[in-house]
Design a protein around this ligand. Structure first.
Ligand SMILES: [Zn+2]
Ligand SMILES: [Zn+2]
Length: 146
């Protein structure tokens, strides 16, 4: 693992903008995706959304679960966000029972998810906006690429 990807002081932490919802990640994600689908773009108000795929057991939400609101953005998929500030935090995909996506833009400053760069890619590349190119060397796949 490259030096800059180590979090030497314990779990990776993050939360929403207003600070009402806080979480800890106790293990690195199996994969990091930059999703360009229209649902992510609209949910996040961004050109693409970046999320890590975590085992549910590695995601600890601190005493603030009741402040999470849910929106079913497509059948079976729940997007969880702070009901106070609207910050997008988690995505649960119906048929992935044991995983949860964590929105990596919500990590605290200076935190690194700790994944290997080989496990990072752009998905739903065909849905990207035409006027912006991330210009990186990561894989770019249609849909989820499998
Ligand atoms: Zn909030
Ligand atoms: Zn998406």
């Amino acid at each position: 693992m490259p030096e800059q990807s180590k979090n030497v002081l314990g779990p990776v932490t993050g939360g929403c903008q207003c600070g009402a919802v806080r979480y800890q990640l106790t293990a690195p994600p199996s994969e990091v995706v930059h999703c360009h689908c229209s649902i992510c773009r609209r949910a996040h108000g961004a050109l693409f959304a970046t999320a890590g795929v975590y085992d549910k057991g590695a995601v600890i939400i601190d005493n603030s679960k009741d402040l999470l609101a849910a929106f079913e953005s497509s059948p079976g998929n729940q997007r969880l966000f702070c009901s106070r500030c609207g910050g997008q935090l988690f995505l649960m995909v119906g048929h992935w029972e044991h995983q949860i996506f964590v929105v990596l833009g919500s990590l605290d400053s200076g935190q690194h998810p700790g994944h290997e760069r080989a496990n990072e890619k752009h998905i739903f590349w065909e849905s990207r906006v035409a006027w912006y190119d991330p210009c990186d060397d990561l894989p770019k796949v249609e849909g989820i690429g499998t």
